[in-house]
Design a protein around this ligand. Structure first.
Ligand SMILES: Nc1ncnc2c1ncn2[C@@H]1O[C@H](COP(=O)(O)OP(=O)(O)OP(=O)(O)O)[C@@H](O)[C@H]1O
Length: 264
């Protein structure tokens, strides 16, 4: 469960470049909920995810993850609770390490101790099983360097890495945006499968309103560092991109000026 209350964060405070990125951002996401997050450029989507992950600390407000106040905790102290997949397929994995080594690092996320050889053998089986489920033949390539994989294969492995250990929340930051349409569709399908099977609590930022409505059970739109609408259940069923646009314009009296939201 995530509970973010009245988050405020200004970059470059007191300088000519002062930029209030979060301006009273509040959102509660229940256990097992899959929320898609949209908003035009600069709306504060990545900053919100960074705040949840501890990459940036908010100026004020409170972040609770599974009943623990993590507001002031740095990233490494949240690592056991927060898993993340980034837009750049290179960002979530170490290209110089093998697939196996990357998976081993992921399974140790948030733990201090090393793995004994018995545990390593046990994990090898788990890695092979998980990789087989991707149907990409990667279970036969455990010794290959991550850098040899395509962007889609890497994102698939990143998703596996993010879900190998039970974390409280999964944050997906436009994780299909750098992929070609076919690969993006595959990674999105895999995302939905992993989230549903493992009943993960997930937030997925996307630039595509269409994608935001296709997956998950709830969609929130950010604008100027706040939630401008939050839609789920019957209100969300059957909604189309034009309806979302209408909602946004009604709420803010503004037109969406970010083409990628409409075209994506
Ligand atoms: N590290 C930083 N230093 C200064 N300003 C920042 C920093 N990170 C983000 N910003 C600014 O904060 C605002 C929100 O940025 P953010 O990246 O969260 O938006 P976004 O909704 O993710 O946009 P996009 O869709 O373009 O990725 C923007 O005006 C951005 O320029």
């Amino acid at each position: 469960m995530i509970s973010a209350t009245d988050l405020r964060l200004t970059f470059g405070k007191g300088t000519p470049l002062e930029n209030p990125a979060l301006r009273g951002m509040s959102l509660t996401v229940n256990q097992g909920e899959f929320v898609t997050v949209i908003g035009s450029n600069g709306a504060g989507k990545s900053t919100f995810l960074n705040a949840l992950a501890g990459e940036v600390l908010v100026d004020s407000g409170q972040i609770i993850v599974d009943n623990q106040d993590v507001t002031k905790l740095p990233t490494h102290k949240r690592a056991g609770r927060v898993a993340r997949v980034f837009q750049d397929p290179l960002a979530g994995t170490c290209e110089g390490l093998t697939i196996e080594e990357n998976l081993a690092l992921a399974i140790k996320r948030g733990q201090r101790r090393g793995l004994t050889s018995a545990v390593k053998r046990q994990y090898m089986e788990k890695f092979k099983d998980s990789l087989s489920s991707l149907n990409l033949g990667l279970e036969k390539r455990l010794g290959d360097k991550m850098g040899l994989l395509s962007g889609g294969q890497r994102q698939a492995v990143s998703l596996l890495m993010a879900s190998l250990t039970p974390s409280s929340i999964l944050l997906l930051d436009e994780h299909t945006a750098a992929l070609d349409p076919k690969t993006a569709a595959f990674v999105l399908e895999l995302t939905t499968k992993i989230i549903e099977e493992q009943k993960l609590t997930a937030l997925m930022v996307t630039h595509s309103m269409k994608q935001a409505l296709e997956v998950g059970s709830r969609t929130v739109m950010l604008h100027q560092g706040q939630v401008v609408f939050d839609i789920e259940g019957k209100d969300r069923e059957g909604l189309e991109v034009k309806d979302l646009l209408g909602l946004f314009e009604k709420q803010r009296g503004l037109e969406v000026d970010d083409d990628s939201l409409l075209l994506g």
